[in-house]
Design a protein around this ligand. Structure first.
Ligand code: FNR
Length: 210
């Protein structure tokens, strides 16, 4: 039986506080096996019915990376067009991906066709497959930060394009495209807060009692 002491709990809290969505990466390569180790950690996460629906694609190929970057640029331009006035001007200044600099790219999918777990917990809520994959990504996000590695989630992408670019089965639902590498800087505040796009609110604002 493993026990965790107060020092560990304090450090774990610091890990939560200092985990960031990273868009500004150093181009320094990660050590061999670093991404595979993060994937191993993700695979320790809870999943509905122990279905382990996460599917990972390490994207090394330069042409495929370029195609992802092109899709991001196109989606980001479309997103900008959805805003007007000051909000549009502010959106235009945001850096919303580290795709060009990050030394590692990892796409994450949920396998909707897998029978692993025998459907337990999914009959009334099939979306728990996707929730399980997100649980894995969160674990990976924290594990990366504990090693001084930054992770940035890019969702300004077209899911169908990701299927085509990465040539994966249609039953895999696109969940996330992750940029992974050493961050340019560590920060206690979310980048979107520093850019005055949005601010972190107190947990009481999200909590009801019934
Ligand atoms: C599902 C999902 C999807 C995205 C994100 C997150 C999540 C959970 N985030 C990161 C997001 O902006 C960030 O988590 C918040 O701004 C809070 O900042 P910290 O993660 O605390 O640094 C994100 N960031 C970004 O720059 N481009 C993106 O496309 C996305 N997409």
């Amino acid at each position: 039986m493993v026990e965790f002491d107060d020092t560990f709990r304090r450090q774990l809290h610091e890990l939560f506080v200092w985990r960031r969505d990273v868009r500004r990466f150093r181009t320094t390569a990660l050590p061999d096996g670093a991404v595979e180790r993060l994937i191993e950690t993700a695979c320790l996460s809870p999943s509905v019915g122990l279905s382990q629906p996460w599917r990972f694609v390490i994207v090394d190929d330069v042409e495929r990376r370029r195609a992802v970057i092109d899709d991001f640029k196109s989606c980001n331009a479309d997103a900008l067009n959805c805003y007007s006035g000051d909000r549009a001007a502010r959106y235009a200044t945001l850096k919303l991906s580290g795709l060009e600099q990050a030394p590692a790219h990892l796409a994450v999918f949920a396998d909707k066709a897998s029978d692993t777990g025998h459907g337990l917990g999914r009959a009334t809520m099939p979306e728990t497959t996707e929730y399980s994959v997100v649980a894995g990504i969160t674990a990976m996000w924290l594990a990366a930060r504990a090693e001084g590695i930054g992770l940035g989630w890019v969702s300004i992408l077209t899911p169908d394009r990701m299927h085509t670019i990465l040539d994966v089965p249609q039953a895999w639902k696109f969940i996330a495209y992750l940029c992974i590498g050493y961050p340019e800087a560590e920060c206690e505040q979310p980048e979107l807060e520093r850019a005055k796009w949005e601010h972190r609110r107190s947990s009481q604002e999200f909590t009801l009692r019934r």
